[in-house]
Design a protein. Structure first.
Length: 332
């Protein structure tokens, strides 16, 4: 027979549907917006509902990109470096606002684009012209593959870990990796020519298209992944610093550098659906789960903006530090 304490634990953690008790889960952490301040070498933890800072953590030099674990408890920061190339990750306990450890990547320099898939951290090592994988469970880099291209900056990967794409700013290409299994026993690498200075990149949720921002052409280019060929360029009227699919895959958001705007494009029609003017130059993007809200890091003045994508209204703002760039969100 269960005792009183055991019954209370049973009801709270498991729940009893027949008695009308809603199941309660403590696996997911509280909502949090993580913002990297490049010039301050730290990150700010922000409540995305109140847009108030709840914590701050020092990280390595020049933090550029950040991702959050599936349970919302841990942030992984790529420390890109400043004049001296960086070669570390900072692993952050979000609730405690504490750096758990700093991972030394050894000869892999300027980690930048990062993506967390099934608990594995895939990243670009820009100086090495490579992508690699770090396993937090073993605390080791267990896989590396070269792009053979210059300034492999950002990365986009499929959820099954079998397709990866890098934007290579210095080679005007996108590198496509097709992996047979993980770790890959065999693979194919394809260099896809694109326009001038590709940087921003994202893969559609269905894996059929890659959209790439062209810094020197003020446009976004669309690649068909089945044929590994470019199919279209869309002019944007400014440099697209980041190009991101909304979670439902129906819209692509572009942060436009020169005009201080975000531009929304319908994926099917390829038509612009909304252009939202901002107070600052936009950089990074993170979406709420429903894709209706975007959190935008921006500079001059340095702020993070909460934007309602349906109305175009700015619904919140917070100053997190100097040169906010990489951003990630969990819990909403």
């Amino acid at each position: 027979m269960l005792r009183i304490g055991q019954l209370i634990t049973f009801f709270l953690v498991v729940g009893v549907v027949g008695f009308g008790v809603r199941e309660v889960s403590y696996a997911q952490a509280r909502p949090a917006l993580i913002v990297l301040n490049k010039a301050d070498n730290d990150l700010a933890i922000v409540d995305p509902e109140t847009m108030k800072i709840t914590g701050r953590v020092a990280v390595g030099d020049g933090p550029h990109e950040v991702v959050i674990s599936a349970d919302g408890k841990t942030a992984f920061v790529a420390n890109y470096g400043a004049q001296t190339p960086g070669n570390t990750f900072s692993i952050i306990d979000i609730a405690a606002a504490k750096e758990l450890r700093r991972v030394d990547l050894g000869p892999l320099l300027r980690p930048h684009g990062i993506q967390l898939i099934s608990g594995k951290l895939y990243f670009t090592a820009e100086v090495n012209r490579a992508i690699a994988r770090y396993n937090p469970d073993t605390d080791k880099v267990d896989w590396i593959m070269g792009t053979g291209q210059n300034v492999s900056h950002m990365i986009a990967g499929s959820s099954d870990q079998k397709s990866f794409y890098t934007a290579n700013i210095g080679s005007d290409t996108v590198t496509m990796f097709r992996l047979q299994n993980i770790p890959p026993a065999s693979s194919t690498i394809t260099q896809i020519p694109v326009g001038k200075q590709p940087e921003a990149i994202d893969l559609s949720p269905d894996g059929k298209e890659v959209w790439v921002g062209l810094n020197a052409e003020n446009a976004v280019e669309i690649i068909d992944t089945a044929s590994a060929k470019s199919v279209m360029k869309l002019p944007l009227g400014g440099r697209p610093y980041r190009v991101r699919f909304t979670p439902d895959g129906k819209t692509v958001l572009n942060t436009i550098f020169q005009t201080k705007e975000i531009v929304l494009i319908d994926v099917v029609s390829r038509k612009e659906t909304r252009r939202i003017k901002l107070e600052s130059t936009p950089f990074g993007v993170a979406f709420s789960k429903d894709g209706k809200t975007a959190f935008i890091t921006a500079a001059q003045p340095d702020v993070v903006l909460r934007v309602d994508l349906e109305t175009g209204e700015i619904t919140g703002r917070v100053e997190t530090g100097r040169s906010p760039d990489g951003v990630a969100i969990t819990g909403i």
